[in-house]
Design a protein around this ligand. Structure first.
Ligand code: AMP
Length: 210
């Protein structure tokens, strides 16, 4: 039996001030966003790649943030801190970039991690939901025993764009009887209004592009 001891999330371990512009930069190449909310100073670690993976998409590359120990920890701590004390027992992350963010958030909250994956990746009995991407369509799967009825669940992804992935994940969790407490994202492309697809579910984003 593994004893689960939730680790208190403390704001002073890596404060947002430490990441204010001009402090502790890694020198990564990025193009500054001109119209966004960034209360946590994380934008400097987001590289924008225009017309990737296809024309018209401005891809928000978070790998510079993940490669910087302080920025990565600050992002994870701030997401976890928002949902601490809410009785969350499972954190669900979506393949593949969502795994990078959801797993450490689960650890910080003393919760378990559940992967939501692309088709035919999970080895056991699955439930599936179809969804639309900003650039394409697909469907997602979850193990049928990954969330028990009544369990309080947080859904975490790196970016919410059109909200299709997040909405499909809400449906996956609710189909298993899980209770979606909220959704957390590092980046929200608010101009795509993906949050509108989340219904009444609370969501929290660290960086919002308007
Ligand atoms: P969506 O279903 O449209 O909300 O898309 C969300 C998923 O696609 C997330 O898992 C992101 O990793 C990825 N994604 C979509 N658009 C972008 C973008 N412009 N920049 C970075 N990631 C994106």
């Amino acid at each position: 039996m593994v004893a689960v001891v939730p680790i208190p999330v403390v704001g002073n371990r890596r404060s947002a001030d430490e990441l204010a512009p001009g402090v502790g930069r890694t020198g990564c190449a990025y193009r500054g966003a001109v119209d966004h909310d960034d209360a946590h100073g994380l934008t400097a670690f987001i590289r924008e790649i225009d017309d990737w993976p296809e024309p018209g998409v401005s891809f928000k590359d978070l790998t510079p943030m993940w490669a910087d120990a302080r920025a990565f920890a600050a992002a994870i701590d701030q997401l976890a801190e928002h949902f601490v004390g809410r009785g969350i027992v499972k954190v669900v992350g979506m393949e593949a970039r969502g795994f990078v963010v959801a797993s450490p958030v689960a650890h910080r909250l003393g919760a378990g991690f559940v992967p939501v994956r692309k088709p035919d990746k999970l080895p056991w009995d699955t439930h599936a939901e179809h969804y639309e991407l900003e650039y394409g369509t697909d469907h997602l799967e979850i193990h049928r025993d990954a969330v028990a009825p009544g369990e309080r669940v947080l859904i975490v992804d790196d970016v919410i764009a059109t909200g299709g992935t997040a909405a499909a994940t809400v449906q996956l969790v609710e189909a298993l009887g899980g209770q979606v407490v909220g959704l957390g994202f590092i980046v929200e492309l608010a101009f795509l209004d993906g949050a509108a697809r989340l219904g009444a579910h609370e969501h929290h984003s660290l960086v919002r592009y308007r």
